[in-house]
Design a protein around this ligand. Structure first.
Ligand SMILES: NC(=O)c1ccc[n+]([C@@H]2O[C@H](COP(=O)([O-])OP(=O)(O)OC[C@H]3O[C@@H](n4cnc5c(N)ncnc54)[C@H](OP(=O)(O)O)[C@@H]3O)[C@@H](O)[C@H]2O)c1
Length: 379
């Protein structure tokens, strides 16, 4: 571990000028072993120094290390010295660009939705399912031609990330969850910049976010489900496959709303456990508070010490007060109580641009470095 921490790993950021890209820059500028080496964005930004290309919206100043760095077109040639490439690309272009980077044998950690459903690409919320990294050798082997170093790892949609952390903690403590109802109150920054027009969101709640409910309902199953050899089903292929929580079917119903909050997604969640009798609210609080991620245990520097912070006050968590706790890397839960319809209900808050996006990618990449999944030298 010390050896890793003493090394420096060159990294690139695609979509470096966007909402998620700016968060990548802020976090990576102070990283103990990742060093920003290349920045990519659209042809509108390419060729300009970063400080001229970006419409900087972070509270801290643009880090000195990138101010004069020239933004490149998103082509692998400009990133060939990078050991890791982070992507905060718009989904309209992420598919082709990330594919080209993987073909060029680069390790891509993506925030976009394009490859989340690929059967050989893991969808990893690093506080929950780092075990899914075990599919990477298969992804590389089945690629034509086979890859030596390149792969794609995705992290989840920001609203999915918030809910799978407590759900994963509860399944670890009490066994499978059978059904789950989720209502989200999502921040404006989740839609990128400039996002929802102010005249649509100020003094308002928008009860529809295209594609969001389906993402929560589907992604949660991939993340919380197992990854096992398909020869269990007589296909004889011997390939690993995501089981989508098949061992205990999990029914999820999500309703998504956009609210006039700048950063931080709040979600009301009710769950029913398979086990009878279900755990009490106090047992749930204790299990959430005690939960530790493997990413933290193995020493990922950006993994939060407290994966889930459990509030006792009845009026917490709140986005303005709690979104920056642990630099936005953990999640905050409150109002754990009995549900009269299912078993237990609670409120969860996660920072959509931190653990909901850039921080997740960075912890995933830290994990991959510490576990030797990415090579120490670039493609
Ligand atoms: N915002 C969140 O909370 C959040 C959370 C989780 C996941 N995500 C996902 O993360 C990704 C980025 O989201 P965002 O909110 O940061 O979006 P954004 O603010 O709109 O930024 C998009 C980025 O993509 C670049 N881009 C656009 N067209 C391009 C092209 N043709 N070639 C190369 N680069 C291009 C933009 O560069 P220019 O500045 O040059 O146009 C910009 O850097 C999306 O896939 C989104 O779904 C977002």
């Amino acid at each position: 571990m010390n050896q890793v921490n003493q090394r420096q790993y060159k990294v690139g950021v695609l979509g470096a000028t966007g909402t998620v890209g700016q968060r990548f820059i802020s976090l990576l500028a102070e990283h103990p072993f990742f060093v920003i080496h290349a920045l990519g964005a659209s042809s509108r930004s390419a060729g300009k120094p970063y400080s001229k290309a970006v419409n900087w919206k972070q509270t801290r100043a643009i880090p000195a290390v990138v101010r004069e760095m020239v933004v490149q077109e998103c082509v692998p040639e400009h990133f060939k010295d990078c050991v890791v490439v982070f992507s905060g690309l718009d989904a309209d272009v992420a598919g082709d660009i990330e594919h080209a980077f993987r073909v060029a044998d680069l390790a891509v950690f993506s925030n976009a939705k394009n490859y989340r459903r690929d059967p050989h690409v893991p969808l990893i919320v690093p506080l929950v399912n780092t075990s899914h990294f075990s599919i990477i050798p298969q992804q590389q082997r089945l690629h034509a031609p086979p890859l030596r170093k390149g792969f794609i790892v995705t992290n989840a949609n920001c609203s999915t990330t918030a809910v799978v952390v407590p759900l994963g903690a509860l399944e670890r403590a009490f066994g499978p969850i059978e059904s789950c109802m989720i209502t989200t109150m999502q921040a404006i920054s989740g839609a990128g910049y400039p996002g929802v027009p102010s005249l649509d969101i100020v003094d308002n709640v928008v009860p529809y976010i295209p594609g969001e409910e389906e993402k929560i309902e589907w992604e949660t199953l991939k993340i919380l489900g197992g990854l096992a050899h398909a020869d269990d089903d007589d296909s004889g292929s011997g390939l690993l496959a995501f089981d989508m929580h098949a061992a205990q079917p999990l029914r999820i119903s999500a309703s998504c709303t956009r609210v006039p909050v700048v950063e931080g997604h709040t979600e009301c969640v009710s769950v029913r456990f398979a086990r009878r009798p279900p755990p009490s609210p106090q047992q749930v609080r204790e299990a959430l508070q005690a939960y530790t991620s493997e990413a933290y245990s193995i020493g990922c520097p950006s993994a939060p010490r407290h994966t889930v912070f459990v509030h006792e006050e009845p009026d917490r968590p709140q986005p303005r007060l709690d979104r920056d706790y642990q630099a936005g890397a953990g999640v905050s839960v409150g109002r754990v109580r009995q549900c009269r319809v299912l078993d237990i209900k609670f409120v969860v808050l996660a920072n959509n641009v931190a653990i909901g996006a850039a921080t997740s990618s960075i912890i995933n990449a830290e994990y991959a470095v510490l576990k030797g999944i990415v090579s120490a030298t670039a493609a």
